[in-house]
Design a binder for this molecule. Structure first.
Ligand SMILES: Cc1ncc(COP(=O)(O)O)c(C=O)c1O
Length: 406
């Protein structure tokens, strides 16, 4: 038996390796400044690291409660209750997961029956289709579309008629991501109200992936879908310590939902990891307890706003017109005017991103990875850069861009 002739289970057979594996390797090979994969390259805040040290030293080293370590679920309920305009029950309305990624997986396992359809809005976080498929569901794709010549993520919009026409009697769930990776779009209240009206008219449930909730800019308010009238009982909201406290390697996330939906997620979660690492849950709980007195979320948002402006300025200076993000830590740029010198059969954005990495020395991710096969062409003229990097790395990227395009 070898890799060539062994057949994995059908549910994973169609999966390739992720786009991040290819571009990280390419960036290393060509010594490119890596603005590809979205993880902070700067240390987590001292108070977060200190909380982890204390947690490890104080005996939090055995299995946690399956739905979440008490200190963390209590802290989550305290932080989020005012934001959801209700009194969250930490014991029945919060499930701590192995990153938001497991929250997505457990939601699909807990809610989707074989043959159910799940609507995914493109561009999407790339684990959504895999999670739907592994639950035996069928992904149905509806793209966001940018206005011609868009210079802001706000100019990406969802056609509500197109969304409604994707709904069938088999539709079970809709997944929405705001602020959106990779477009940087923050859905407006009016847009979310339109989505909510369809969801209620067709009796659907929503997975609202809000992991970039604290990273919005230019006063674009982050609206939680669950706070719209009639939506609390239909919405599972996901958050991530990786994004919130710049500790992506801790893999701690949470699902906040009414009891009936949280219970469904928990039924799956209890047989996926059973429970999430105890000391790091203790640490995230302790960190959440300090965010208010430290003004931490405002500080995080301001830091990313400044990084966004730095990178967007550098891109604009060399004619890579950025679609200024209202949220998240990603920027899409228009690459329509560039030519990849050695065309291949791969999608155009993949060729351009390889060329940017190889020849310009700045790695970007091709957004076609966030589209279904039929819609990959919509990403042909864009590249995704991330700005969750130290200022010196952003400056090094700016220099490479200036040298090569200037
Ligand atoms: C939209 C979105 N959802 C979920 C995740 C995963 O979060 P976690 O690292 O907590 O699993 C990411 C990470 O990049 C993301 O961009």
């Amino acid at each position: 038996m070898s890799l060539d002739d062994f057949q994995p289970a059908e549910r994973v057979r169609s999966f390739g390796t992720t786009v991040f594996a290819e571009f990280t390797a390419l960036a290393i090979k060509h010594n490119a400044v890596n603005l590809g994969q979205g993880f902070p390259d700067f240390p987590a805040p001292d108070f977060v690291i200190e909380a982890a040290r204390t947690a490890l030293a104080s005996g939090h080293n055995q299995y946690a409660r399956s739905a979440g370590h008490p200190r963390l679920v209590n802290a989550i309920a305290t932080v989020y209750s005012p934001l959801f305009h209700l009194e969250l029950d930490p014991l029945s309305e919060v499930v701590v997961t192995t990153g938001a990624t497991e929250g997505i997986f457990a939601t699909m396992q807990g809610l989707v029956n074989p043959g159910d359809e799940v609507i995914l809005i493109e561009p999407f976080y790339d684990s959504y289709p895999a999670a739907v498929l592994m639950a035996g569901g069928t992904p149905v794709y509806v793209p966001l579309r940018p206005a011609a010549g868009a210079t802001s993520a706000a100019q990406w919009s969802l056609d509500m008629d197109e969304l409604e026409s994707a709904i069938t009697p088999r539709t079970r769930l809709l997944v929405i991501n705001t602020p959106n990776n990779p477009a940087g779009k923050v859905f407006t209240r009016a847009e979310l109200e339109s989505v909510a009206a369809l969801v209620q008219a067709h009796n659907l449930v929503v997975l609202s992936d809000e992991v970039y909730e604290w990273m919005t800019y230019d006063d674009a308010p982050h609206i939680r879908l669950a706070t719209l009238p009639g939506m609390w009982e239909r919405t599972i909201t996901l958050g991530s310590a990786g994004k919130t406290f710049s500790v992506t390697g801790w893999k701690i996330g949470w699902a906040i939902a009414p009891r009936h939906l949280a219970h469904a997620v928990l039924m799956a979660h209890q047989w996926i990891p059973f429970a999430v690492t105890t000391p790091l849950q203790e640490a995230v709980g302790a960190a959440f307890e300090q965010v208010e007195e430290r003004g931490y979320f405002a500080e995080l948002g301001a830091m990313y706003a400044s990084k966004r402006d730095k990178l967007a300025g550098a891109l604009a200076d060399v004619g890579l017109t950025p679609m200024i993000p209202q949220g998240s830590y990603f920027i899409l740029v228009d690459t329509a005017h560039l030519d990849a010198p050695t065309p291949t059969a791969d999608p155009r954005d993949v060729q351009i991103c390889r060329w940017l990495t190889r020849e310009i020395g700045v790695a970007a991710i091709p957004p076609s990875a966030f589209y279904s096969l039929d819609h990959k062409v919509l990403a042909a003229n864009v590249a995704r850069f991330c700005f969750c990097k130290t200022d010196s790395v952003l400056e090094a990227a700016a220099q490479r861009l200036r040298q090569n395009f200037g």
